[in-house]
Design a protein. Structure first.
Length: 262
């Protein structure tokens, strides 16, 4: 394994931890499917960046930021639920992305590609993961309180609209870290599946966060091994999602029965 491949694998594992943490809160907020749609907003930026031959992550970051702010603004101005506004923006964004993405680069934009990273790229991605973790633990109590009682959260000074914006931005940052490995189509899968797995084994928020992150890391490790050693023709992103789905099925078969309806 070269240094570049080591940096890429290390960042993929850090992304897995961040995805597990963010996914736990997204599931608690009942935003998993809406969050999945949100991740596809990176596609127009990826397509434009590939079209004009600049770093695709720059384009993905720009479209994710614009899309997230647009979703939040529409939600605040119209009073529509987040999943409705995300769906509206998603439909337009996906169509635009399909139009501008060069056909020869479409598969990579959708499903990602495992490739070596430079040390600066790794450090930048690691800094993003640290920022995600710091936000979640800094605003953990506010997020939980807003879930349990929005009225009480407002009465103690929590700005629900601002908190919603912060969470959407953190979710988008998580997706951005995983774009190069998972692509715009699959990046959110590592947010959704590990959270669903973790919920099966959680009896507290701390256990939920730990179980989700552990499931996410396990999926990346097994997916990397299978993809590189046994199925080299398959991409890393699809293999990780398949492994995560199999772990979820196993959790249904062998997990604690008391969480079956949770």
């Amino acid at each position: 394994m070269t240094a570049g491949e080591f940096y890429a694998l290390a960042l993929a594992l850090l992304f897995a931890v961040a995805a597990g943490l963010v996914g736990s809160f997204a599931l608690s907020k009942r935003m998993l499917l809406a969050s999945d749609v949100l991740s596809h907003l990176a596609l127009p930026g990826l397509g434009l960046a590939l079209l004009i031959h600049v770093n695709p992550l720059v384009g993905g970051a720009a479209s994710l930021l614009i899309g997230t702010l647009l979703v939040w603004h529409l939600e605040q101005r119209t009073g529509l639920a987040a999943d409705v506004t995300i769906g509206v923006v998603f439909a337009a964004g996906l169509a635009l992305g399909a139009l501008v993405t060069p056909r020869e680069d479409l598969l990579e934009a959708l499903f990602g590609k495992f490739q070596p990273l430079s040390l600066p790229s790794f450090l930048l991605g690691a800094a993003a993961v640290i920022a995600i973790a710091l936000f979640l633990f800094r605003f953990r109590d506010a997020l939980v309180l807003s879930l349990l009682s929005p009225e009480l959260a407002s009465s103690v000074g929590v700005s629900l609209s601002r908190l919603e914006l912060y969470f959407l931005l953190i979710f988008s940052l998580t997706i951005l870290v995983g774009l190069q490995f998972m692509g715009a189509l699959l990046a959110s899968a590592l947010v959704i599946l590990p959270a669903a797995i973790g919920r099966r084994f959680a009896n507290s928020l701390s256990h939920f966060l730990l179980a989700s992150s552990a499931a996410s890391v396990l999926a990346v490790l097994l997916g990397y091994f299978l993809g590189r050693r046994l199925f080299p023709s398959l991409g890393l992103g699809p293999m990780i999602v398949i492994v995560a789905a199999l772990i979820f099925v196993a959790s249904l078969a062998f997990g604690p029965k008391q969480h079956a309806g949770a």
